[in-house]
Design a protein around this ligand. Structure first.
Ligand code: MG
Length: 251
């Protein structure tokens, strides 16, 4: 069942979203050659807890980190640890913060130093397809209007969207109804209403959209081991259009 959020709940989600987005931005600034994913995870844990929030992912389904950190062909759910970043790596960081019982969920793709033009295009298309999607996050549209806009933009640019993992409703729980796929034909799924809060998170692959899970039980990788990028924000649908709730603090 889709829970519409009250004005008060949306305000709580905005606070949680700000902490999550600011932790993500801080981790992005720390991305450099030699730092380990475990060190980035500790930075995120410290940022979230020192702002009075909890890292939503820590212990979720048994996940051992405060953030998911996935490199290159790893799509999502990478476990932070001893791996040190190398020049040219694509680093996907996914962060959730729970504050006063409400969740903000966001992700971004960072580059260690510099990467080739094709990888840069992958990152740009992944970010832009999110904005193509939320342009359709309007009261009266349906969920798959967002999905279709994302898939169309990605495929026009020669990349593919992951099918097996999708965006989701978010609120007092990390994963609520409805599912928000990044693919599909328009005009399907739940009708969008003011007060719906959803995490839209395109995962975009350079090659095949097909993925598999590594033997650690968590890390999702591309089947062809080509690159993948990820971008995510939590949004609320309002009568005046979509509003991003995972906006970082002004610096
Ligand atoms: Mg999410």
């Amino acid at each position: 069942m889709i829970q519409l959020k009250s004005r008060r709940e949306i305000e709580c989600m905005k606070q949680a979203g700000c902490i999550a987005a600011s932790a993500l931005a801080a981790a992005g600034r720390a991305v450099q050659e030699g730092i380990t994913t475990g060190e980035l995870d500790r930075l995120i844990h410290h940022f979230i807890t020192s702002h009075g929030a909890e890292p939503t992912f820590l212990g979720y389904g048994g996940f051992p980190g405060s953030a998911c950190i996935s490199i290159n062909d790893e799509v999502i759910h990478g476990i932070p640890g001893k791996r040190a970043l190398k020049y040219g790596d694509l680093v996907k960081i996914d962060v959730g913060a729970t504050y006063n019982g409400y969740v903000g969920d966001c992700a971004n793709t960072f580059v260690v130093g510099d990467c080739d033009d094709e990888a840069k295009k992958l990152i740009d298309v992944t970010r832009q397809c999110f904005y193509e999607g939320i342009a359709h996050a309007q009261v009266g549209n349906r969920i798959s209007d967002i999905s279709h806009a994302i898939q169309t933009y990605v495929e026009q640019n020669g990349f593919s969207v992951v099918r097996k993992y999708v965006g989701h409703g978010v609120g007092s729980e990390l994963h609520e109804d409805p599912e928000v796929p990044n693919f599909g034909s328009p005009g399907k799924g739940a009708r969008l209403l003011a007060g719906m809060t959803i995490a839209i998170e395109p995962m975009v692959n350079q090659g095949t959209f097909d993925v598999r899970v590594l033997s650690d039980g968590w890390t999702v990788v591309t089947r062809d081991r080509k690159l993948s990028a990820h971008y995510e924000n939590t949004i609320v649908i309002t009568e005046n259009g979509p509003v991003i709730l995972t906006a970082p603090e002004e610096e």
